[in-house]
Design a protein around this ligand. Sequence first.
Ligand code: F0G
Length: 360
Amino acid sequence: MRDVFDARRGGRKAIDQSGVWRFREHVLDIAESQIITHPEGATRLYERDGILFKHEGENPTGSFKDRGMTVAITQAVRLGAKAVACASTGNTSASAAAYAAQAGLRAIVFVPSGKISTGKLAQTLAYGALCLQVRGDFDAAMRLVLEASQSLGIYLVNSINPFRIEGQKTIVWELLQDLEWNPPDWIVVPAGNLGNTSAFGKALVEARDAGWISKMPRLAAIQAHGANPFYRSFRENFAQRHRVSPETIASAIRIGDPVSHDKAVASLRATNGVVEEVTDEELMNAKRDIDRMGIGCEPASATTLAGVRKLRASGVMRDSDRIACVLTGHLLKDPGAPSGKVIEIDPEISEVERILAADR
Ligand code: F0G
């Protein structure tokens, strides 16, 4: 691969292909030669039924996490770290493992035992990470990795790490750029550990302060009903922080005590944002519809469309509003039970004819 992108031979360098480092003056002040990029970002924006979908599942490891990870791993190497660690519901761990592999660092990941999709676990292991399955939920794994990174001196690459947030800002900037700096009325994001919600607010404030946009879009952060501490806080105008025992089919956001709560509150306030919750049934219906559009996403990502439906029904969003949903993870990350049927047949044309006739 090196020959292809060798500047002396022509071709686009990896950093010039990256949708993160395209904004490097506003992400991290570092020499180009020190940047560790896959590259990532430069994802597509789809429009279906009048709604925009920015598909962050099209990143190299299949989720938006790569946008923050390129910056966090670049910083880890700059600091001379030998190992990085994270707690994860599966996507951060896969991304950390891939970027650590690229940088030649050891990756140690803490995942809630039996609570992450087998695809994400397989991916994390394939990239060579040391995988510790913690008996407990994500929040227990998070507490453990915080302790481990402090006592063992391992560089933490969860979104509590501010360099992750700097990279994830580019989801919003790239979306705005896709729209020729004509902001939508709403940007809709799934909310789990609240790193993205934090990053999006920061990105919007910086874009406005830099004069890139003249109108502030409103953020809508969507949680699963069974893992809704941020929604509960929002309902009380953020008077207090909530912790819940999380349960939802969307395992990526099965989080009861989000670490970036305070920063996410600031994002909501800066953008006049809202928080909504959706049931597992609502988010799985939305997932089926996104899948049937030929786009597809993992369950957590579908909270966005489910949330839009609820916010429209309650009149918070108007039908004429321009809405951009961020799809955070790829369909194949968590296929679970397929929503279509597979029919086994003998290799006979009569079988095909019989089934096509019955399927009319
Ligand atoms: N969507 C997907 C697909 C995710 O993997 C996550 C978080 C979120 C949404 C929520 O984003 O945490 O920034 O509010 N996944 C983390 C992980 C927790 O470990 O992969 P958030």
